[in-house]
Design a protein around this ligand. Structure first.
Ligand SMILES: Cc1cc2nc3c(=O)[nH]c(=O)nc-3n(C[C@H](O)[C@H](O)[C@H](O)COP(=O)(O)OP(=O)(O)OC[C@H]3O[C@@H](n4cnc5c(N)ncnc54)[C@H](O)[C@@H]3O)c2cc1C
Length: 415
């Protein structure tokens, strides 16, 4: 039976959920405190990595983290003022790096990501949005055999999940990307992945499509959320919205909304940065390329070349430190000698992350009127379409293509 459903958050996950629920005939309102695509969905590296399965917490993560923290351009930082706040999350995260947890998390990440490309096709077929996806593949390059060997565990997980990839030598890398400096000995290529030429245009286009098909978009900041006999109440500064069902897709800000409904979910944020280089440099690459040694991505986009990097634990309120991404400019030049490293703009965004790298996807344990769809960490663009389709399956009481218990919001023990 059609319901009145409000989705909180017009990032990629909320927008995908809105399109999928609308298709089932529900009366859907999408709300965001800002214009659509104001969060992490705006500034990412734009990769749809089909079959991706390596969780962030891998075996040996503590030693890797110590090694990274000691580098001058560390790809990982913990803000000293946030250390005590992130500590419980880090403890859970480290527990996830045991072999058995890594194997489970990889299996369940793959459970969703195996549908990444197919679900995006399903959601955007016969719309102009499909032109924003390019079949470029996803390329990672390494300067030494030793650094390439560091990917052994991830490759074993891909093998286990039967996700196809190719290992490349220097000349095969050159054939794919002739403008890269000839410093890369090894590459690792997932051919069937896609890239998005403009994530902002994609998400805004999804919201526009939803509105053109009769859906409502409302700029509305949810200050408080309550469940009572009328349904779910969303309280804003001047208005209260009442609905039968709510989908919480507010990215890194979802934790406090879930908590107000009685669900304590250990969501935190891994902040990331990007720096845009001029549009003329975009033609130097044909696809997103990851520097495996220096942990950054260069993605050619229609707005310019985007360099993205960093995992920073600093919560939602501490000011960005753009020096973290600016420091990588000489490395970008080393990777791509013809690049003009004049900065056009910088940005920081909040990856919504749970310690096991899996999203919270399912009904609140407290109510079938509250659905959670957040925590997509480094893979929200990849997983948004399958998440939206799954949200619609849950509301319709249809069997989704995968068992959802691994993503249940209450899977974490209370610490
Ligand atoms: C540097 C970087 C690179 C990345 N690269 C990739 C990549 O290549 N591939 C990939 O798959 N993923 C990538 N990601 C991850 C991806 O961007 C995120 O996982 C994804 O965008 C999360 O989408 P979301 O819709 O859950 O959250 P968001 O896009 O953050 O949207 C949440 C929305 O909720 C709104 N909101 C919050 N609270 C409220 C409230 N109280 N009331 C109303 N509205 C509210 C916000 O305004 C925001 O618009 C990257 C992330 C970063 C930071």
């Amino acid at each position: 039976m059609p319901s009145k459903i409000i989705i909180i958050g017009a990032g990629v996950v909320g927008a995908a959920s809105a399109l999928a629920l609308q298709k089932d005939g529900h009366d859907v309102i999408l709300v965001d405190r800002e214009a659509p695509c104001a969060g992490a969905s705006f500034g990412n590296a734009g990769a749809i990595v089909n079959g991706s399965c390596a969780p962030t917490a891998m075996p040996g993560i503590i030693f890797d983290a110590i090694r990274m923290l000691s580098k001058s351009n560390s790809p990982l930082t913990v803000h000293p003022a946030y250390f005590h706040r992130i500590l419980p999350w880090l403890m859970r995260f480290i527990l996830q790096s045991s072999s058995s947890n890594v194997n489970n998390n990889a299996k369940h990440l793959h459970g969703l990501s195996q549908y990444a490309v197919a679900s995006w096709h399903q959601l955007t077929e016969q719309t102009e949005l499909s032109s924003l996806f390019k079949q470029t593949g996803w390329l990672k390059v390494y300067e030494t055999e030793k650094s390439f060997d560091g990917t052994k565990k991830s490759r074993q997980l891909l093998d286990k999940m039967k996700t196809p990839y190719e290992v490349l030598d220097a000349s095969q890398i050159h054939d794919l990307e002739p403008n890269l400096a000839p410093i890369y000995k090894r590459g690792f290529f997932q051919k069937d992945s896609l890239s998005i030429t403009n994530p902002d245009r994609l998400v805004k286009g999804m919201v526009e499509l939803f509105v053109n098909r009769g859906g409502s978009y409302k700029q509305f900041a949810v200050n408080r959320i309550n469940r009572n006999s009328n349904g779910i109440e969303l309280i804003g500064s001047n208005e209260t919205l009442v609905t039968d069902k709510v989908v919480i897709a507010a990215g890194a800000w979802s934790r406090s909304l879930a908590k107000q409904l009685g669900d304590n979910i250990p969501l935190d944020t891994e902040r990331g940065y990007h720096l845009m280089l001029s549009e003329s440099t975009s033609s130097l690459l044909s696809r997103p390329v990851v520097s495996g040694d220096d942990s950054f991505v260069l993605t050619p986009m229609e707005t310019g070349m985007r360099m993205s990097a960093q995992i920073e634990f600093a919560g939602l309120d501490i000011a960005p430190d753009y020096s973290k991404i600016r420091k990588l400019l000489p490395e970008a030049k080393r990777m791509l000698p013809k690049i003009d490293i004049k900065e056009e703009s910088v940005w920081m965004g909040f990856r919504p992350s749970l310690p096991d790298s899996l999203p919270a996807l399912g009904f609140s344990p407290k109510s079938n009127n509250v659905l959670f769809a957040f925590g997509h960490q480094h893979l929200g663009m990849t997983l948004a379409a399958i998440t939206g389709l799954t949200v619609a399956d849950l509301v319709a009481n249809r069997k989704p293509p995968i068992a959802l218990s691994p993503y249940r919001p209450n899977r974490f023990l209370t610490l």
